[in-house]
Design a protein around this ligand. Sequence first.
Ligand SMILES: Nc1ncnc2c1ncn2[C@@H]1O[C@H](COP(=O)(O)OP(=O)(O)O)[C@@H](O)[C@H]1O
Ligand SMILES: O=P(O)(O)OC[C@H](O)CO
Length: 499
Amino acid sequence: MKQYIMALDQGTTSSRALLLNRQGDVCGVAQKEFLQRYPQPGWVEHDPMEIWGTQSGVAREVLEKTGIRPEEIAAIGITNQRETTVVWHRETGRPVHHAIVWQCRRTAEMCDRLKEQGLEETIKRKTGLVVDAYFSGTKIKWILDHVPGAREMAAKGDLLFGTIDTWLIWNLTRGEVHATDYSNASRTMLFNIHTGEWDEELLALLDIPPAMMPEVKNSSGIYGYTDPHTFGGARIPISGVAGDQQAALFGQTCFRQGMVKNTYGTGCFLLMNTGETPIPSSHGLLTTIAWGIDGQLTYALEGSIFVAGAVIQWLRDELRLIRDAAETEAMALKVPDNGGVYLVPAFVGLGAPHWDMYARGTMVGLTRGTKAEHLVRAALESIAYQTCDILEAMADDADIIIPALKVDGGAAQNDFLMQFQADMLQVPVLRPLKVESTAQGAAFLAGLAVGFWQNQQELSLLQQEDHIFEPAMEPVERKQQLSQWRRAVQRSLQWEQAE
Ligand SMILES: Nc1ncnc2c1ncn2[C@@H]1O[C@H](COP(=O)(O)OP(=O)(O)O)[C@@H](O)[C@H]1O
Ligand SMILES: O=P(O)(O)OC[C@H](O)CO
């Protein structure tokens, strides 16, 4: 009897494999970190062979650890760091260059040139994205322009492109399947999110041969079967694929329009399900594909916060105010309020809705009475304020009232932060009992495709809340604090260029 789904969660710093049972509970996890390569300032690379090696290794390890046999696995779901770009040789399966990671800024000037050519509006209209080095398109072009012979090989149809999901599927099927899902395709800056196809005009603009591009498939559906060599003879269907933030939205069962999740990690990723309509943002949010099921696309609005949990790491590693992130909760509660201190952690500029790369970190409202506890509290509060700014922008773009916020990620364990978040948003904050939303999303997509679960209603029943944080702050107080935060943000803008 097949009792488990395997989720492969290929993240930026580690590869993980998880086994989930019919209740959606995690029955086993294996994880392995891999090397981050920084060949030049601002450049980030991964070795695709190391990604495949660690990912297949943890997949086998989790089976060994739990004693679960490959024959007991009903399906595999893949979720991945998005945008990261691999180009490899069709015949040999060898990458022609290291993977260029989503964080890598090497194509920033290429993006500036696209903007100078006045292409921003066209790209936004077709792809829902802003022109940025973050996305895969310019990374592919960079590889074709810089690897000797790559352009000629690509023109002959010898090279293939893939995001990490595609690279894993290719290897799991030993080169039989070259495919991606709608959610990953929508992060390439080459995919028309309205027609659901690779955009020939954008491919031509970046000089990328269409033959390199993977087939785009439903996020839930059979992609192929694992090669018998990988799991001791078993041929397991690969039947769920989604980028990690979209997978988390699915794992949080945000199936209906207006449902939003926020993942509180190093940064924050907020995604709102906007249903069957792609909504253009007037606040610099991204319009993206949440998933495609049975050929029907569901769209999302996405906003990210560059520095969220990272501000807590900063308190720990640079200011040495704490030894462990978990200490911040008790410290923040030691003082009755923030003592008038506001910290804007614009360490690398500010993203949506401000989009100011020249903003820098700012702390205001310090007095002789400011204590370490106030700084810690201000740091936690900054995570909630930034979330509030993005959600307000989303609600405005989508013209809806957000009913609640579902949360996950490391910093969502902080009760003070979650309560403060509910107070600032004036909506309940729902923290699930099962916090592995990303893996759960991949598993759900895979399980639905093979009948392991029947439908989305059944999945919704598997999600239980660990805690609901209800808003408790007086509206006047909230308004006053938010307005002080916004004054503080104003102080941080355009700092780097100022005299
Ligand atoms: N109890 C806590 N309170 C506040 N921040 C926390 C807490 N626990 C973890 N964090 C922060 O959350 C981040 C880790 O969360 P995680 O979801 O593992 O992130 P990522 O996937 O980005 O590595 C770190 O930046 C850490 O500082
Ligand atoms: O590696 P993660 O899980 O932090 O996710 C990275 C994002 O997908 C980048 O867009």
